[in-house]
Design a protein around this ligand. Structure first.
Ligand SMILES: NC(=O)c1ccc[n+]([C@@H]2O[C@H](COP(=O)([O-])OP(=O)(O)OC[C@H]3O[C@@H](n4cnc5c(N)ncnc54)[C@H](O)[C@@H]3O)[C@@H](O)[C@H]2O)c1
Ligand SMILES: N[C@H](CO)Cc1c[nH]c[nH+]1
Ligand SMILES: [Zn+2]
Length: 376
């Protein structure tokens, strides 16, 4: 829809918070508390090393100055994504935060009121009614009334992901956090009804979502298929779920044994990997590629979506092979600070000159040698 003023007025944020359902507010408060605690624990600090006497190298962690946070709102208003974006950024010490979420026709062109209410809860007042690729471009290049940012984070559909990929020469991004994926590695000990519900829970995000069961058990595979037949017709977003489950991105994969299953899910590198096997905890230790791992029967992805304290903004489409989910670290830059004494420099001056000459860059060696001219 067309919006006259992209900036959400302060009054709208205040009203949204005043009108927020108390049960939702209480759930959000607990979600914020948990994500904050995990972020604080993960913050870490500066690391100082002394590779030689008098020679210090300190890794300093510095927050990114200005960030643009994207909160999806096409098919569903993901108020929880406000928490997942904002809390780690605040814990990292980011001082300038702008947030965008698509305008909603039924709310007069403002983002969804629950999204606005969470912004108010977290003290975010620079909020824009913008969605999709336009929002990412708005943050990356800036526009009248909105200064360009240094880093864009947050999940979204394929248009959002494509835009994030495109603007990387202009700004940093977190990861390509696109259409949702769930892989479940399970054996006969898994509860078929629970597995089916978990597959449906993530399929409900997008017709492009992927729900994949990997199991060596034909019995479990059949039981999950039967459960899906029961549960899918009853779910609210049935059409979307059917499209996602029926798409070629979703499947039930029968493997010879759990070790082969482990290799399959590790190669797939799903955004979310549930492990529901007798040896779930041990098996989770074998996984190297996944956005996040959910261990055992009592850690469904839905818990991570809202209240585990983990972050739900996670890499998709195989990007978990090289990228991480959003965290306090996403908002920090590491800078080396080098501080050598005269003696410590003199100690390695010969090595610097040797390497500089080997690279045919004698000026580099001279810059060190000049400091000790006339000394032997
Ligand atoms: N990987 C993660 O961490 C993660 C987390 C949460 C959600 N998600 C994913 O985020 C996505 C949310 O998608 P959504 O659509 O509901 O909301 P969205 O806010 O991501 O996208 C909505 C916007 O997409 C744009 N758009 C829609 N159709 C378009 C078209 N045909 N051409 C150009 N632009 C178009 C519009 O600008 C619209 O405002 C889902 O795919 C969901 O699975 C991923
Ligand atoms: N499962 C999504 C990540 O792919 C996150 C989310 C937000 N709300 C509900 N779910
Ligand atoms: Zn979800």
């Amino acid at each position: 829809m067309r919006v006259e003023d992209l900036r959400v007025p302060a009054e709208a944020l205040k009203t949204a918070l005043e009108e927020l359902d108390p049960a939702v507010r209480s759930a959000l408060e607990e979600s914020i508390r948990r994500v904050r605690e995990v972020s604080e624990d993960e913050l870490g600090g500066d690391v100082e090393s002394q590779p030689a006497p008098g020679g210090r190298v300190t890794q300093r962690l510095v927050p990114v100055q200005r960030v643009g946070l994207y909160v999806p709102g096409g098919r569903a208003p993901l108020a929880s994504s406000v928490v997942m974006n904002v809390v780690p950024a605040q814990v990292a010490g980011v001082t300038s935060l702008a947030l965008a979420s698509p305008p909603q026709k039924e709310f007069g062109g403002l983002p969804h009121p629950t999204v606005l209410a969470v912004c108010a809860m977290l003290g975010i007042d620079e909020v824009y009614a913008m969605g999709g690729a336009q929002a990412i471009a708005g943050f990356a290049y800036g526009f009248e009334g909105c200064r360009k940012v240094n880093l864009v984070t947050g999940p979204g559909n394929i248009y959002v992901v494509a835009a994030k990929r495109f603007v990387q020469s202009e700004v940093g991004i977190d990861s390509e956090a696109g259409p949702t994926e769930i892989a479940v590695l399970a054996d006969d000990t898994a509860n078929a009804a629970h597995v089916a519900a978990d597959l449906i829970s993530q399929a409900e995000h997008d017709p492009m979502a992927a729900s994949v069961l990997v199991t060596p058990s034909e019995t479990l595979a059949a039981a999950v298929e039967a459960e899906l037949e029961q549960q899918v017709p009853r779910t609210k977003h049935r059409e979307r779920v059917e499209e996602a489950l029926g798409g070629r991105q979703s499947a039930v994969v029968l493997v010879d044994d759990l070790d082969q299953g482990t290799a399959v899910v590790d190669a797939y590198a799903a955004e979310h990997l549930e492990i529901q096997t007798a040896d779930a905890e041990e098996r989770a230790g074998l996984i190297t590629n996944a956005g996040a791992i959910f261990v055992g029967g009592w850690s469904p992805v839905s818990l991570g979506d809202y209240l585990a304290g983990s972050n739900h903004v996670l890499p998709t489409a195989g990007c978990a092979c090289h990228s991480s989910g959003l965290s306090v670290r996403s908002f920090l830059k590491a800078m080396h600070v080098v501080n050598y004494s005269r003696e410590a420099l003199q100690e390695v001056a010969g090595h610097v000159v040797a390497l500089a000459n080997a690279e045919d860059l004698p000026g580099h060696g001279d810059a060190v040698a000049v400091r000790f001219k006339g000394e032997s």
